[in-house]
Design a protein around this ligand. Structure first.
Ligand SMILES: C[S@@+](CC[C@H](N)C(=O)[O-])C[C@H]1O[C@@H](n2cnc3c(N)ncnc32)[C@H](O)[C@@H]1O
Length: 247
């Protein structure tokens, strides 16, 4: 079943990928849009509650602005806040992010556990990037903020990471791009490889649920089937979108 939270005017909430820190709207509006989305996720049993520390979120944002080298990104301020809030609310002991490029998306979805926005102590936060130069940049960026040494950057195929993983993945973030043949369709391969390592209650996040919906058709059908994932919600807060699913 397909359920969505669709924010009015999302089509006009556009970012310039080359200007990662540009403000797109008053912060009050951003807080309101994300807060309403969190309430919907809570109402569907995907999140246990909606509370996160808004000051820590801003400290996280400032830290990324000060410390990270970001060649480009499609993570809007709304998406950054939503990912931060999910990380701070779910507080996964182990999180795995697939296809992290320079590390900006990765740091957003694990920000409750590392850096200036941290609100708990995780065991392992693992970012996977297949391309060597991007993995090196992600490592350089994350090393600057990882005081407690909880972050691991792996330069490998995320399907292999998932298939060979030992332990329970409590949060899985999908953002890999499988090239001209597969594109974002690779999400389903990664999820299937990780599936038996996801405990009940594990949260799976898939970026580009809106602008790559065609390539994600099989993935979206899989997570919206309640025999696979207990609930799933398409968060249409910007032109990229995020599918949030719980096992
Ligand atoms: C489109 S980028 C993600 C960018 C991100 N959405 C942002 O806005 O910053 C996708 C990344 O996935 C990586 N990737 C592609 N296939 C992968 C795989 N099988 N395993 C791990 N990473 C992969 C690519 O090298 C690329 O850096």
């Amino acid at each position: 079943m397909s359920e969505c939270y669709e924010v009015e005017g999302w089509q006009d909430y556009k970012m310039d990928y080359d200007r990662p820190h540009e403000e797109l709207e008053p912060i009050v509006k951003e807080v309101e849009v994300v807060g309403a989305g969190l309430k919907i996720l809570e109402s569907r049993g995907i999140l246990p509650h909606t509370s996160y520390d808004a000051d820590k979120m801003l400290a996280h944002r400032q830290m990324v602005r000060d410390e990270f080298e970001i060649p480009w990104t499609a993570i809007t301020p709304r998406m950054q806040r939503l990912l931060y809030a999910i990380s701070a609310i779910v507080q996964p002991r182990i999180a795995v992010a697939a296809g992290i490029f320079c590390g900006n998306t990765f740091v957003s979805c694990v920000a409750g556990g590392v850096g200036e926005g941290a609100c708990y102590d995780p065991d392992r936060l693992i970012g996977v990037e297949i391309e060597r130069k991007s993995a090196e940049l992600a490592r350089k960026n994350l090393t600057k903020i990882d005081k407690n040494k909880v972050v691991e950057i792996k330069c490998e195929d995320a399907i292999d990471t998932a298939a060979n993983f030992e332990g329970q993945i409590e949060l899985l973030y999908l953002d890999a791009d499988g090239g001209p043949d597969k594109g974002k369709g690779i999400y389903l391969d990664i999820l299937k490889a990780a599936y038996d390592k996801l405990p009940t209650g594990a949260v799976v996040l898939a970026h580009n649920s809106v602008n790559c919906a065609d390539r994600l058709k099989s993935y979206l059908a899989f997570v919206r089937d309640q025999s696979h994932m207990r609930a799933s919600m398409n968060m249409i807060i910007d032109p990229e979108g995020l599918e949030v699913s719980v096992k």
